[in-house]
Design a protein around this ligand. Sequence first.
Ligand code: NDP
Ligand code: HSE
Length: 435
Amino acid sequence: MESIKVGLLGLGVVGGGTWKVLARNAREIARRAGRHIEVSRVAVRDVAKARKLLGPDVAVCADPFEVVRDPSINIVVELIGGDMLARELVLEAIAQGKHVVTANKALLAKHGNEIFAAASARGVMVAFEAAVAGGIPIIKAIREGLTANRIEWVAGIINGTTNFILSEMRSRGLPFATVLAEAQRLGYAEADPTFDIEGIDAAHKLTLMASIAFGIPVQFDRAYIEGISKLAAEDIKLAERLGYRIKLLGITKRRPEGIELRVHPALVPTRSLLANVEGAMNAVLVRGDAVGQTLYYGKGAGEEPTASSVVADLVDVTRLLTADPESRVPHLAFQPDAMDDTPILPIDDVVTSYYLRFSVADQPGVLADVTRALANGGISIGSMIQQPTDSADTAELIFLTHEAVERNVNEAIAKIEALPFVHSRVTRIRMENLA
Ligand code: NDP
Ligand code: HSE
């Protein structure tokens, strides 16, 4: 049978990995796909460098639109990144009747609704396994493996760079900047590393998982996002003493009032599975009503792990090429005319537990006033410690609360900060027991 012709846009970390895996495992992949998958055209900026890697049989150019518009190409693989040019390229590929594989979560989190609608109208597939958690087949797991379930929540470590930074800071005491530079050298970090550090990359991925878990449109602009840049080393150490580790989590949860969609640092119990996901590894916990909790763990970034998902999508698309469009797995797991309009809840309505740390004058009546402020907000205290500071008349208080509504916690924090004997702002970190 004639081979499937792939046009590869980008030959960087993921594009290079995709080329290598396709070449190394060509025979095995063809046995699985039923046809040989051949990269026949590549677009990059540095054409000479790409030619050296690819050899004489692959046509290389600097204009990705040439590849997208080439009638001989069956599948366009977008591995350029960004959401401007990539959007134009993907929409043009769809308009040309080509199937698309992409690892670009930024693109789909922002323009997914438009892209999936265009693809459905044109009867082509847009596959994006590599866009979420790199090499972990989490899209397929939620969309297909767990399709019998009503998904209750998804929570995960879905950014390798920040997990690497938090792990190295905690275990080796290395400074933030040193670890970030190492993550960039290893190819984990995004072109703009603030996407990683500020939680944006994790929110892109979480937004996509929320859509396929709950059958809602892609709504990145409704996600609550808080990164790790404001975390103090002191809180990482204190968390450890209290039996917790701080992880940057992406959490999406179905509640009767709506859907929580949030990325932020969170204390998780040291004995929990997620707390023990270290380095650049990713892990996603999914709770379905039938199956209970399932855990998916693996490399969430890097050359070949990400290529593993890109190539899996290529094989899927190749296998499904001849199926009629109505019989294919829907892009967002649910049929396009069966999407829900359940609202995404504002962060004020989120319910979780909290770690609160602040310093106070060490004098009678202080604890009574602080606990009253919490009690008036209906916030129940799980545990509390008081520790001395360098100053003899100042103490530091740390509270771990039971579950409470975020709005009430914010109001209580404002009241605590207004008390005359409170000497600092309140550091507030959410806690997740993941039970
Ligand atoms: P890189 O920066 O390593 O590679 C980008 C590639 O795109 C380069 O080959 C570059 O060409 C090419 N390129 C950029 N602009 C143009 C243009 N205007 N015309 C033609 N070619 C262009 O990125 P990554 O491989 O790291 O990331 C690619 C995508 O995969 C992104 O969407 C990213 O978010 C996603 N991703 C990345 C992961 C990772 O571990 N790195 C993991 C999961 C997803 P040249 O080399 O000539 O400059
Ligand atoms: N920058 C991302 C990370 C790459 O660190 O996880 C994978 O999407």
